[in-house]
Ligand binder design. Sequence first.
Ligand SMILES: Nc1ncnc2c1ncn2[C@@H]1O[C@H](COP(=O)(O)OP(=O)(O)OP(=O)(O)O)[C@@H](O)[C@H]1O
Ligand SMILES: [Mg+2]
Length: 419
Amino acid sequence: MGFFPKLFSKNSSEYYLALDIGTEVAKALVFYIDNEQKMAMVMGVGKERQKKGNMQSGAVSDISGVIETCQSTINKALENAGIKKVKKAIVGIAGELVKGTTTTVHYERGNPDSRIDFQELKNIIQKVQIKAYERIQEQISWETGQDIDVKLINAAIVDVRIDGYKVANPIGFQGKDVSVSIFNAYAPMIHLGALQAIADELRIDLLSIAAEPYAVARSVDYDDALDFNAIFIDIGGGTTDIAVVRNGGLEGTKMFAFGGRAFTKKLAQELRIEFDEAEELKIKYAEGKLGSDVSFKVEQILQNDCAVWLSGVELSLSEFASSDVLPSKILLCGGGSGLPGIKKALMSQDWLHNLPFAKSAQVNYLQPSDVVRVTDKTNELMNPQDVTPMGLANLVLDVTGEEKVMAGILRRVLHTIQD
Ligand SMILES: Nc1ncnc2c1ncn2[C@@H]1O[C@H](COP(=O)(O)OP(=O)(O)OP(=O)(O)O)[C@@H](O)[C@H]1O
Ligand SMILES: [Mg+2]
């Protein structure tokens, strides 16, 4: 119990950790929450390349190796911040088997004149959650051919309607047809267990585990903005994560195992050089630091892989294409987004015709300054690669700050369902 009064006290100088265990780079942010400004203040940043074999497409494959990398990343961030230790952490989870979808349940009320109360809302939410869980479990066993146990990690109310009218909180309303849409992210137990083992070893308490594309999609402010539509794409080293937001609600997330590493590997293969050398060459190319001849050659080599990557995006988006037009606003983050061919591929017109886009795509990068409720005091968060861990830090404010009414109801209901 001692935990809560401390958390909510006004001048709490308690520090938190956001840990993004990437396939290529582990990233740690140490921050405190300024309760007056409702802001996470980042005081320390640590980044460290993963050792070979530590990670596989966004998921941990060598627990002790990852612990080592995380420990030194966290130490750097602590040193940076000038503090000795940090206890509470939010950790991101990614990987192909982390699934996020929005499930809608339509429900006809037996007595439209009565007012909706907590009990009734709880029943509706319960129906949505049962349906969502079945659907996810089915999808995973279809994809993998196995029964893999999954657990709910993030849930958010996307949309509530009564007789077609959108309401913020249905309690107290009358009406016949109620529809509730909830976004849920699930992760395999085995991956969650790995993160728990890492946290235990690092002696940190997991305040929460968040699906990374969920964190990225929440990193920009569009609360209650019904006209906000965007596709968020986080291109990391091993994976590309996609989140689709339509009418201000997160509709779903998808991942595929293709990221910056693939481009480096291709360069290494074609030029018969070591991976590290190819990596250096790729970054120089992306930063425009190569002579035009070499630059042209690199572009040629990577062109085909950019097309392969684009077809991964296309395939992922096709699953969102049945219900409505796709958002034309595309927001990029993750280190891999720095490759010029990525933006170029997205800006090419051909692929847009295969999907229901209403207009041609506007492609922009998400910058650290775009992330809501997070202020960088270190001046070390400089580019789209830093957005993902900052998005994790932003989510901590959901746990520590005031809660929206429906979020509170959802949390209480999930609690009673799970107990
Ligand atoms: N300026 C740049 N131009 C092109 N690629 C870059 C640049 N900077 C970093 N990258 C690439 O970004 C990748 C690392 O990005 P990031 O740190 O976002 O990945 P990660 O979070 O470790 O991986 P994942 O999200 O897949 O688990 C590497 O493949 C690296 O080569
Ligand atoms: Mg990443």
